[in-house]
Design a protein around this ligand. Structure first.
Ligand code: NAD
Ligand code: IPM
Ligand code: MN
Length: 352
């Protein structure tokens, strides 16, 4: 019997509703498969934890996580309790950085039965590879002066190592898909980092002669995500550009509530972390209507990562059976609850 030990961090808001849903589905996947089980250990780290302890996770928190096979996280952030930059940098971004989860993979494709807000969209299936360790998310800078002269300086950091790593990851994925990588740039307006990013992209692309490439400014690229998403295969983007693009990718699928993501530790030294694209959704928290599909599709990415690719494919098929049957939460036009959607997926898994 293969046993995967998973650290579970529901976090804040709807994370507390969709993580248990994802776990129940994973337990069912294991039950249906037979020779497999998941052992979840839940950690209460969240903004409420911060109010009690003054920190988002204990000092030895990373030590507590490091030997798990993977981390399954919901969302972090409750602005009523803790400023976002404190909660996010104290938990989510801390784990991404300290565990060298340097790549963030975020697919976007049409799910059967989920209506895209685009009118008559052509079929799209794209994958954003987001650089997840540096870029615009840096702690270098500062706030200074007061009054009229007050200002803030925020530096962005782009290293050849990290940019190249994200790009190679994108090319390797494209080689298994439709052989095309698009680079998200902004070298017309940003004079150091983006021309550098373009140079690294040109250098890396020489090692992949059979892969087609193009480079698009992020503003135009964002518009093409809406007008012609079918033209994209793999897109490689800096941390912030990738963040923004993947909410657009989620939106054209139908809702940010269904979009999955994986923070990958590529050197195998630490666990990777699986969390949906969406946040803690305070506007719907507590109503039982959060869409669990983002978290459940994220569970599929975790299965892929653990080498259970066939099971992952089956799970995605079952998600689509549920959506095709019209068992949908409100964000995608239905009136089913988180629990009803989750139970429908579970029942379909059981009857496979
Ligand atoms: P959000 O993704 O939480 O919400 C944006 C919109 O999408 C809201 O209308 C929300 O109701 C909806 N939505 C999100 N998830 C949904 C789901 N599963 N089902 C149905 N609808 C869903 O983004 P926000 O409002 O900008 O952020 C709220 C908080 O979450 C902030 O504190 C933010 O910093 C944090 N956040 C955390 C993460 C993370 O932990 N990975 C990601 C994004 C935002
Ligand atoms: C995401 C989120 C985070 C990010 C925030 C909450 C810091 O938006 O995972 O997409 O920007 O990385
Ligand atoms: Mn985001």
């Amino acid at each position: 019997m293969k046993k995967w030990s998973i650290a579970s961090i529901p976090g804040d808001g709807v994370g507390k509703e969709v993580v248990p849903a994802g776990q129940k589905v994973l337990d069912t996947v294991a039950e249906v498969h037979g020779g497999l089980s998941f052992e979840f250990t839940s950690f209460p780290w969240s903004c409420e934890y911060y109010l009690q302890h003054g920190v988002m996770m204990p000092e030895n928190g990373l030590d507590q996580l490091k030997d798990f096979d993977a981390i399954f996280l919901g969302a972090v952030g409750n602005l009523d309790l803790v400023p976002d930059h404190i909660s996010l940098w104290g938990l989510l971004i801390k784990i991404r950085r300290e565990f060298e989860q340097v790549i963030n993979i975020r697919p976007a494709k049409q799910l059967k039965g989920v209506t895209s807000p685009l009118v008559n969209p052509k079929e799209f299936d794209l994958l954003v590879v987001r650089e997840n360790s540096e870029g615009e998310y840096s702690s270098i800078g500062g706030r200074m002066n007061k009054g009229e002269d007050e200002l803030a300086i925020q530096n962005a950091v782009f290293s050849r190592k990290a940019s190249e790593r994200a790009m190679r990851y994108a090319f390797d994925l494209a080689a298994k898909r439709r052989q095309h990588v698009t680079s998200a740039t902004k070298s017309n307006g940003i004079v150091y980092s983006m021309p550098f990013w373009d140079d690294v992209f040109t250098d890396v692309s020489k090692d992949y002669p059979s892969i087609q490439t193009d480079s698009q400014h992020i503003d135009a690229l964002a518009a093409f995500f809406v007008t012609q998403p079918e033209r994209f295969d793999v897109i490689v983007a800096s941390n912030l550009f990738g963040d923004i693009l993947t909410d657009i990718g989620a939106a054209i699928m139908g809702s940010v509530g269904i979009a999955p993501a994986a923070n990958i530790n590529v050197n195998g030294a630490y666990p990777s972390m699986f969390e949906p694209v969406h946040g803690s959704a305070p506007d719907i928290f507590g109503k039982g209507i959060a869409n669990p599909i983002g978290q459940i599709w994220t569970a599929k990415l975790m299965l892929d990562h653990l080498g259970e690719v066939e099971l992952g494919e089956k799970l995605l098929d079952v998600i689509e059976e549920t959506t095709t049957a019209g068992i949908l939460t409100a964000d995608i036009g239905g009136n089913y609850s988180t629990e009803q959607v989750t139970n429908d997926i579970i029942n379909r898994l059981r009857s496979l």
